[in-house]
Design a protein around this ligand. Structure first.
Ligand SMILES: [Ca+2]
Ligand SMILES: [Ca+2]
Length: 424
């Protein structure tokens, strides 16, 4: 058995631990990870261990610093479905100096200095409490003992996440070397593909490991096309200048495929029998085509949500925790692999809601989501009151006809207020 047979993504191993919760989310330019356990099992940790798990063990940033109402909302969105009695560690403490509350990113968590959301009489340092928690029951913060076992939320700038965090590599058995075509199909059998090495980081990662053995060569996911160029199996052209090719192309008969050898990339006849490396990628990098929240009655709304991964993820918009239908005329989604478009035709006040975008593929071990609050404002209603013409619309409700979730407050649109004033 070869050493690198154990070269498996850490995140993947941890996700397999029974009795543990792992949820991920994108929002406000951050990637959030929530880890928790069942009782003291899984990922419930004292505060310092939680902090260590974010930075070093899972390598997904720092314990979350809730320095804005947007981040506060993201954290609640992440925790909301995991019970109202939950207490979760967040990235603040006054361990350095009693009473001086500081986020792990260095910003102040003191009342009156930027955004805070402490509970009524908190922080009260009851029996010398030095670590910050998010209480799901109130969605407010409390200081608690640092040695309790709680779940925790990590936060990483979206710009700093890398594909390698989401990629799991598997190496073919060393004693069963096969042709490129057979290796290609072996990977497909496990919903994987021959590895695509378009980033130096992944190349280095594999190369470091492959160097431990002397003469093993691996099929990777690139071959020569009919027009002579080498193409990765995701369609991208191979940048051969990045690699030092050991062999002259003209010396090789038949169709040519790329392999990874001891000295880097090599060209071989596709019929040779070599080892191989498969990869799969859990869904990540959820992106919405726009972050705009405020719309006026009568507008057409169209928002894409895209996700990366291999196999390409299924992406689905939800509203009220149910999938948005695909077969209706006014509010619907159209999905292709890796992307779904939320469409709201001729928006009305009832379309005000929280919309969630989920991504999953066959390898998903955790919930990956982003969300968007859409608010539709009664602009057209004001224009009728003003005696002006209004476009034909199915949406001319008076506001008292509309029942909204209690947490949704419709604010008058600024533009509307200005128009009303001018007409007087
Ligand atoms: Ca304290
Ligand atoms: Ca307290």
């Amino acid at each position: 058995m070869l050493n690198f047979g154990y070269f498996i993504c850490l995140l993947f191993i941890v996700r397999e631990v029974s009795g543990s919760i792992h949820a991920t989310q994108y929002g406000n330019g951050y990637f959030y990870n929530f880890f928790a356990g069942d009782g003291k099992k899984g990922d419930n940790e004292p505060w310092w261990d939680a902090s260590y798990k974010c930075t070093t063990y899972y390598q997904v940033g720092l314990l979350v610093s809730i320095t804005s109402v947007g981040i506060q909302n993201d954290v609640w969105e992440l925790l909301d479905s995991y019970g109202s009695d939950r207490v979760t560690y967040i990235g603040m403490s006054d361990r350095e100096k009693e009473g001086l509350w500081t986020w792990v990113n260095g910003q102040s968590a003191m009342k009156g200095q930027g955004y805070t959301n402490w509970g009524g009489s908190e922080p009260n340092n009851y029996n010398n409490e030095d670590c910050g928690c998010f209480k799901s029951s109130t969605q407010q913060w409390n200081d608690e003992d640092c040695d309790h076992f709680y779940g925790f939320v990590c936060q990483q700038a979206q710009s700093r996440i890398t594909p390698e965090q989401f990629t799991t590599l598997t190496f073919g058995a060393a004693n069963s070397r096969i042709s490129y075509e057979k290796a290609h199909h072996k990977c497909i059998e496990t919903d994987s593909r021959l590895v695509v090495i378009t980033r130096d980081e992944l190349f280095q990662k594999i190369q470091n490991d492959a160097n431990r053995s002397s003469s093993i060569k691996y099929w990777i996911g690139a071959r020569q096309s009919s027009i002579g160029k080498f193409t990765w199996n995701n369609g991208e052209e191979v940048d051969l200048s990045k690699f030092s090719l050991a062999d002259k192309l003209s010396d090789i008969k038949g169709q040519k495929c790329l392999a990874l050898g001891n000295n880097g990339l090599e060209v071989h006849s596709c019929d040779e029998n070599l080892d191989y490396i498969c990869e799969y990628v859990v869904p990540w990098d959820l992106k919405k085509s726009q972050e705009r929240s405020d719309y006026m009655v009568g507008e057409d709304i169209e928002i894409d949500c895209t996700a990366t991964g291999y196999p390409l993820p299924n992406v689905t918009w939800h509203r009220d925790r149910h999938p948005v239908p695909s077969n209706t005329d006014d509010v619907f989604q159209t999905a292709v692999l890796g992307k779904s478009t939320l469409r709201i035709k001729n928006a009305n006040l009832r379309d005000t809601n929280r919309y969630r975008c989920f991504a999953e593929n066959v390898h998903t071990k955790a919930e990956t989501k982003a969300y968007l609050d859409i608010r539709v404002h009664p602009h057209e209603l004001t224009r009728i009151v003003d005696g002006k013409n209004s476009p034909a619309s199915r949406n001319l409700y008076s506001s008292d006809e509309i029942s909204l979730p209690s947490d949704q407050v419709i604010q008058p649109h600024e533009h509307t207020a200005g128009e009303t004033d001018n007409s007087k």
